[in-house]
Design a protein around this ligand. Structure first.
Ligand code: ATR
Length: 280
């Protein structure tokens, strides 16, 4: 039986076991996917020993993504670019690390907006400069988008992100106070901050001047419809919620460990939505 895991600290709220459990059942596979709580000090040892414990690989979440990047034997180009690893597997006895947040976000946009949506986007505005923002910016850089603005409360982190990811698509730091002015230009606006999450203040953007064809995306998925997405919808803008990124980032790992490429279906989405709603 193939075994996989999600490792983090804390880990009990991870929804990944629900996602992978659903796919295992759907495909009739005799596998398992479990949560493992590992404290930061023990994580390098965990990386060295999971294969001997019978695991084919797993997902890595907060706070271990950077340590995983530093300690794997081999990395994909995406993991190299982002300096963070969220998916592990064994190949020829070596521990490999990938970052599937990039494909997670982009697949979700492609599925939600249809083919070639990016042809209509000259300017994208990414709000936030954490790990998720890095993955999203790297994904957008692979598309023919003219300019990507990055705005963050802490300006220095936006500057760092732009410096680290320079060289693939036009990236520019946008001071936080200038977000309002950039909204009118943006064909795609993405919130990657935790603003709008249950218990947090909303990301309060003035969308009155937004283009009528603008898309507003959020990576927050509790609640599913954040105040930002509700405001965008009220202005008849297209919206993309945060759940799809979580679901799509899980696909490459499942495929590596269990040998079947699963699909993100409405049924899977409904299962996770019910879980989110049950918790609130
Ligand atoms: P993740 O890995 O999910 O991206 P992170 O690396 O902790 O998480 O990044 C969180 C992001 O949310 C950062 O851009 C952070 O801004 P700062 O760099 O200024 O901290 C942003 N963020 C969190 N709380 C915020 C708030 N109250 N107002 C504005 N931005 C906020």
């Amino acid at each position: 039986m193939t075994k996989a895991f999600v490792v983090g600290h804390p880990i009990k709220h991870s929804r990944s076991p629900l996602i992978h459990g659903h796919w295992l059942k759907q495909h009739g596979l005799a596998g398992s996917y479990e949560r493992i709580d590992v404290a930061p000090a023990d994580f390098p040892e965990f990386l060295k020993t999971f294969a001997a414990r019978g695991f084919a690989g797993g997902n890595v979440t907060i706070p271990h993504k950077e340590t995983a990047y530093l300690n794997v034997d081999r990395r994909t180009a995406k993991a190299e670019r982002l300096k963070a690893v969220n998916t592990l597997w064994i190949e020829d006895g070596l521990v490999w690390g990938d970052n599937t947040d990039v494909v997670g976000f982009m697949s979700h946009l492609d599925r939600s907006l249809g083919k070639s949506w990016e042809q209509a986007v000259e300017t994208a505005l990414v709000i936030g400069a954490g790990g998720a923002a890095r993955a999203i910016v790297a994904g957008l850089q692979d598309r023919p988008i003219g300019r990507i603005f990055v705005a963050n409360r802490t300006l220095s982190k936006a500057t760092e992100l732009v410096r680290d990811l320079a060289g693939g698509g036009m990236l520019e730091v946008l001071p936080w106070e200038e977000i309002g002015g950039a909204i009118a230009k943006a064909g795609l606006i993405v919130n990657t901050t935790s603003l709008g999450m249950a218990g947090q203040p909303a990301l309060d953007l003035e969308l009155a001047g937004a283009r009528s064809d603008a898309v507003v995306a959020d990576i927050v998925y509790v609640p599913l419809k954040t105040p930002l997405l509700a405001a965008a919808e009220a202005r008849h803008l297209r919206i993309v919620d945060g759940l799809g990124m979580l679901l799509h980032q899980a696909v490459p790992g499942f495929s590596r460990w269990f040998g079947v490429t699963p699909d993100v279906t409405p049924e899977l989405r409904a299962l996770i939505v019910a879980d989110i709603e049950g918790e609130r």
